[in-house]
Ligand binder design. Structure first.
Ligand code: GLA
Length: 378
């Protein structure tokens, strides 16, 4: 381990020297590139993300990327080197699974769980109820509100029950947790959604109860964006979660999505992590990515911008590692691998992730790793 650390320090020093000569011509492109010997995810390495983290390190997958096709080889090498937890990007959402009333297509989710089981990974279930993943037929549902609620209750219970079945050799479920409700709030108001309209504001409480009835052990999360950055929204979430706890609604954790910008949020980031931790629940950074071009003010990832983005990644890993007590650390999940695969890629106008398009690591990877090792941004 010591040798690895020395190697890693040497690499960092070389990197700093390299960066400072680059920055003399601010505006030059520096799109990462391998910055340590294991940077392409395929060779020997000083240390991988999952080795540095004292909690589960996650990223997203799709069933189509886990097949034995040669095109998936590098992806799977990087996945298994750096991560020990996975979340389905879309394959376990309602729009994929709920094909018609009482009918479910679990096949893509099953492929993900089978891959996780074969490779010793944990699966975080995402997401049972989300206003943006409602199947078309359900959106035009014309029955009564009671019938709608019964359909959703059956859906939640069937899905949680199904994915509780696959166990590891110790008898623990591969799917350890679920985002039960995603994005209940819109700013500091309860979002108007088909669930809110047809079931009522308390659909969230009911959904957590249904999930718990289906599986007594799986960890149940509330997940949302801008929990760091939007103070009023965060206050509403904390107040709702605290009232759920008081009312014995079975909630175990909070997912902070963490879709950040290179320069936002700043002081609110550690404050938010602290306040969410203060609920006493598990804390998951569930969808971390960092936009480098939110204001569309650069045409390439400049050296300066790449460094700001890297710093923000380091802030996320450092503050999470240092603020959240081990017993509350559900882990950090990055939302994607290569820039070009990100939902934020925007036709090549943003570079939000840790890997270049050939899976070599960017400086954001190195900085995120430093944060995991307990080093703050200078
Ligand atoms: C939200 C969802 C994710 C993903 C992203 C990007 O954050 O929770 O599943 O779909 O949006 O689209």
């Amino acid at each position: 381990m010591k040798t690895r650390n020395i190697l890693s320090i040497l690499v960092t020093v070389l990197l700093v020297i390299g960066c400072s000569s680059d920055s003399s011509s601010d505006g030059d492109i520096i799109v990462g590139g391998p910055t340590n010997e294991g940077g392409d995810g395929s060779g020997s390495t000083s240390i991988y993300l999952q080795d540095a983290a004292s909690f589960p390190m996650g990223n997203i997958v799709s069933a189509s990327k886990l097949t034995s096709s040669a095109a998936n080889t590098t992806f799977k090498e990087v996945l298994l080197n750096d991560y020990n937890s996975i979340t389905a990007e879309n394959d376990m959402k309602m729009a994929t699974i709920f094909t018609s009333a009482g009918n479910y297509n679990f096949s893509a989710g099953d492929a993900i769980v089978a891959y996780a089981k074969a490779n010793g990974l944990r699966v975080h279930g995402h997401a049972l109820i989300w206003h943006s993943s409602v199947p078309g037929w359900l959106n035009s549902f014309s029955g009564t509100n009671e019938e709608f609620e019964a359909l959703i209750e059956t859906y939640v219970k069937a899905t949680v029950t199904h994915f509780a079945q696959e166990k590891d050799s110790n008898g623990n479920s591969i799917v350890v947790s679920w985002d039960v409700v995603n994005e209940y709030f819109d700013g500091s108001s309860i979002r108007s959604s088909i669930f809110q309209q047809k079931i009522g504001d308390d659909f969230i409480d009911k959904a957590f109860q249904w999930a718990r009835e289906a599986d007594a052990n799986v960890k149940l999360f509330y997940n949302d964006y801008n929990i760091a950055g939007e103070v009023n929204k965060r206050n509403q979430i904390i107040s709702k979660v605290n009232s759920m706890i008081t009312m014995s609604v079975p909630i175990d954790g909070i997912g902070m999505q963490m879709h950040l910008n290179h320069n936002w949020p700043t002081a609110d980031l550690p404050l938010a992590i602290q306040q969410i931790t203060d609920t006493g629940l598990l804390v998951h950074i569930s969808e971390l990515d960092v936009k480098a071009n939110y204001s569309n003010d650069v045409t390439e990832l400049t050296a300066a911008r790449a460094q700001e983005q890297a710093n923000q990644y380091q802030n996320a890993s450092y503050f999470y590692s240092n603020i959240v007590p081990a017993a509350q650390q559900h882990g950090i999940t990055i939302w994607g691998f290569r820039d070009q695969d990100s939902w934020l890629y925007n036709g090549g106008n943003d570079w939000p992730l840790l890997y270049n398009n050939d899976y070599s690591t960017k400086i954001s990877y190195d900085s995120f790793l430093e944060g995991l090792k307990g080093m703050s941004v200078n």
